[in-house]
Design a protein around this ligand. Structure first.
Ligand code: ADP
Ligand code: MG
Length: 476
């Protein structure tokens, strides 16, 4: 066989393997994430005993290896690959980095200067809200759940205003470090580029200021102010959904700044495409830069974060205690920090207290119960609560009757089961006696409606409250 034939055969095998692997992912989010990562692959080939996958840069290759090597090897076997072959990931030397990574050093090029924002009015409005000193890159623990967002944020701090990462859009659940990363960019730039004017604010502040200036009729002052920054950091952009007119103003500011190579960074609790009340043109502008997600951290990262947060605490918190916290508190980093603070205060007040698992379980009873109550919740309980809330029966929820007054509670019960219980799609599908696709569709429908339907959101909140949970707690 010629080399070309081998390459074509391995490419086909690779395409089949990818299709097989993606078809095993039930979760849309996981799927689009995998597709995202796979788009970093530039070529595949077989070299001796090795199925070689090349990626845009070393960072991408390392990441793909860590996260997908085993799974892709199984998929290759299933697709008809040689079982003796091993899978390898390497940086594709010929390829230019597709994303900014910490090691990325753009070649000095004459036109680069023109990308560097010319300082506006220095330090005129450093920030509408002060930056938190501790929210730095050094204090941020990297892990698989956040490494892309971290790399992108570092890249922006190093070279603000570069086209391929402007705007940078970071999304993910609450308490997972979005604000921290965004402010780290601000803190870093203030050190490295003190002449730059940087503004950090939440979209809610932007909205409020916009409304105020409408009332006081000094719109031009407002407009001028936000066009004067070199770097605009807008936290929780989902709030912009509340104001249609304000979106127009933001759109104009956005265009003005990006056209002038000023950097914009935004965070949101969901991906741009899941911001249904935002204008289409804003969404496509957001997607035109770099979009990165932060996910809930796994055990190793949770422990590393705890170790970082516990550094320098006196008395020092024993490793076994940190491990206990990392094992038992999984939902988000803010909850983990809260638990650590509670343990530390207890140690200060009562230094002789032994930190046994029993004592810790007692001390952190509330937070642990909250985590467990949702994980152990049964699907039947969810169906019953939702049925009761809507004045229908569980039997009707499980029926195939497509009357709207039954479809909503049915889909809401599916949504809660999927987002707030630890049951798999298979289990949910069995318990609801519906196909996987029907469950996925139901969950999506509710997800979309929640953004625009305040009544539905209230009902959801009430039901979750009965389970001791809040709407923002579904990070696992
Ligand atoms: P979000 O904006 O996503 O709701 P925050 O950025 O406010 O979350 O993070 C909540 C808390 O968790 C902060 O105190 C932050 O320092 C901490 N945190 C989150 N992720 C990390 C991480 N990877 N490393 C260190 N601290 C983190
Ligand atoms: Mg935040």
């Amino acid at each position: 066989m010629s080399n070309d034939t081998i390459d074509i055969a391995s490419k086909e095998l690779w395409e089949r393997a990818k299709t097989i692997y993606l078809s095993t992912l039930f979760n849309e989010q996981e799927k689009s994430q995998a597709e995202n990562y796979f788009s970093m692959i530039t070529s595949v080939s077989v070299e001796g005993n090795v199925f070689l996958v090349r990626a845009t840069n070393k960072f991408a290759a390392d990441f793909l290896r860590d996260k997908y090597a085993g799974k892709l090897k199984s998929a290759l076997d299933l697709a008809g690959g040689d079982k003796e072959q091993v899978i390898e990931f390497k940086e594709d030397e010929r390829s230019r980095p597709a994303i900014i990574v910490p090691t990325y050093e753009p070649k000095p090029q004459p036109q680069y200067q023109s990308y560097a924002p010319t300082p506006a009015k220095p330090n005129q409005y450093i920030s509408t809200l002060p930056l938190e000193e501790n929210y730095t890159f050094e204090e941020f623990v990297q892990g698989a759940s956040n490494s892309w967002a971290y790399a992108a944020a570092k890249g922006v701090a190093k070279h603000p205003g570069l086209k391929n990462s402007n705007p940078l859009f970071i999304h993910g659940g609450t308490g997972l470090g979005k604000t921290h990363l965004m402010q780290a960019i601000g803190n870093d730039l203030r050190k490295t580029n003190p002449q730059m004017s940087i503004c950090y604010l939440t979209a809610e502040t932007f909205l409020n200021e916009y409304i105020n200036s409408l009332q006081t009729k000094d719109m031009s002052v407002f407009r001028e102010k936000y066009r004067n920054f070199d770097v605009l950091l807008v936290d929780d952009i989902q709030f912009l959904q509340k104001g249609k007119q304000c979106q127009e103003e933001f759109f104009n500011t956005f265009n003005y700044l990006t056209t002038n190579h000023k950097q914009i960074v935004m965070t949101s609790d969901v991906a741009p495409k899941n911001l249904p009340a935002l204008e289409e043109r804003l969404i496509s502008r957001f997607e035109g830069g770099m979009v990165q997600e932060i996910e809930a951290p796994g055990y190793e990262t949770r422990l590393a974060i705890l170790q970082k947060k516990a550094e320098g605490m006196t008395p020092s918190v024993p490793l076994s205690t940190l491990q206990f916290l990392a094992e038992n508190i999984k939902s988000h980093v803010r909850a983990i920090e809260g638990a650590l603070a509670k343990v530390h205060v207890t140690m200060q007040i009562n230094p002789t207290q032994e930190l046994t698992p029993e004592f810790l379980a007692f001390l952190l009873k509330d937070v642990i119960e909250k985590e467990q109550s949702m994980r152990n919740i049964t699907l039947r309980e969810i169906q019953e609560r939702v049925a009761r809330k809507y004045g229908v029966t569980v039997k009707q929820i499980l029926s195939a009757d497509r009357t709207q007054s039954l479809v909503t509670p049915r889909q809401l019960a599916m949504y809660i089961s999927r987002k707030y219980s630890n049951k798999s799609l298979q289990e949910i599908s069995k318990e609801f006696d519906k196909k996987h696709a029907t469950i996925i569709h139901g969950v999506k429908t509710i997800q979309n409606r929640l953004d625009v339907d305040a009544n539905l959101k209230n009902v959801l909140e009430e039901i979750l409250h009965e389970f001791g949970y809040k709407i923002t707690d579904n990070q696992e």
